[in-house]
Design a protein. Structure first.
Length: 366
């Protein structure tokens, strides 16, 4: 297996080389994901397999040239697995696709963590690389079982179905209060946002179901109506920005990022001016704060962030990850999305990650 120190504490041999590799990876990743999506539909397409092999070989070569050892450690076993598919020794399967995509996610995340001097322990790189290396030489008949075991070791979730949709919230039944009319109004604002982009279709229902179920799994400590109002309105400030800013799938410029940082204040300001929604306004204002204190707009940390905002931060990030995958040609994958959220545990409240994981586990295992 790759040197353990490389996996636990990846070393930056050349910071400029790291950034060059990050840019090259950013260019390559969307094409790789699209090819994997196409291979899931046509797993015997030898031209697609050859193209994907060349892309992985390029990533490994770039990593070597830029002195990014972790890039070589992750890309090499994927290249070996795909070489076996190309030689006809084993089929390309959904589980193999899921594992390759998970590895690509982890590679992007470890590069970002290295550049920001962040802890990479939550990424579980030793388990991932060790599992990939054992797979590369495993009998073809064992690949599916072993691939599922590697995914479970890294994410904590055993794959059952490759893609599962979150059940939608159909009505206001659980939220019937004297504030139902306001909630209906808030929901219409959320739907206006959804209608601005086809990729957002169903987003509001998914967020609301996940937020309410996570709250319920923890014993309903947050008022459900206030939480629903926060879910509906938290991003409506985006509609005051040019679509070229908030619908971008590529990396934002510093100027665009600053413009986006204003959107929680705008939505919170609306709620604050309506009687009875002070708690929801606080959730919206704080939903981009982080327990570590590196969030915005106020840099709050720990218990200074209200529980509803912590829930909203988790479900919003989860939805953003699935949107990123769909932008690259992939269907929504609960396992990949939950793995990415859990790997960023310093950004979310640990006391809410656990009930959120229970909600997702039920979806995955049902």
């Amino acid at each position: 297996m790759a040197d353990l120190a490389t996996l636990l504490q990846p070393r930056i041999a050349d910071r400029e080389g790291l950034r060059e590799f990050a840019e090259a990876l950013e260019d390559q990743a969307p094409g790789i994901e699209r090819d994997i999506a196409a291979l899931r539909k046509s797993p015997a397409d030898r031209a697609l397999i050859a193209r994907l092999f060349r892309a992985l070989h390029t990533i490994k070569g770039d990593a070597g040239l830029c002195k990014v050892d972790i890039g070589v450690a992750l890309a090499h076993p994927l290249e070996s697995l795909l070489a076996r598919c190309r030689a006809g020794e084993m089929p390309f399967s959904d589980l193999l696709a899921e594992l390759m995509l998970l590895t690509l996610d982890r590679l992007e995340m470890v590069i970002e963590a290295m550049d920001g001097a962040l802890d990479v322990t939550p990424l579980k790189l030793p388990q991932l690389v060790g599992g990939l290396e054992s797979l590369a030489g495993a009998p073809a008949g064992d690949i599916a079982h072993r691939a599922a075991a590697v995914i479970e070791a890294v994410t904590g979730f055993r794959p059952r179905q490759p893609d599962i949709e979150v059940p939608p919230v159909m009505d206001f039944a659980p939220l019937q209060t004297d504030r139902a009319a306001d909630l209906w109004f808030f929901s219409t604002l959320a739907l206006q946002l959804e209608n601005r982009a086809p990729a957002f279709a169903g987003r509001t229902d998914r967020l609301l179901r996940l937020a309410l179920d996570t709250n319920a799994a923890a014993g309903d400590p947050v008022d459900a109506a206030q939480l629903a109002a926060a879910v509906y309105t938290h991003d409506i400030g985006m509609m005051f920005l040019p679509e070229s800013v908030w619908l971008k799938s590529e990396k934002l410029s510093d100027a665009d990022r600053e413009r986006l940082r204003d959107h929680p204040q705008q939505a919170a300001g609306l709620l604050q001016r309506m009687p009875g929604w002070t708690a929801a306004a606080e959730m919206v204002r704080q939903h981009h704060e982080k327990p570590c204190g590196r969030g915005y707009p106020e840099g709050l940390a720990g218990d200074a962030i209200c529980p509803g905002a912590k829930i909203l931060a988790i479900v919003d990030a989860f939805e953003a990850v699935t949107l990123k995958h769909s932008n690259r040609g992939q269907n929504r994958s609960l396992i990949r999305a939950i793995a990415e959220v859990n790997a960023c545990d310093d950004q979310f409240a640990a006391e809410w990650i656990e009930p959120f994981n229970r909600v997702i586990r039920k979806m995955v295992e049902s």
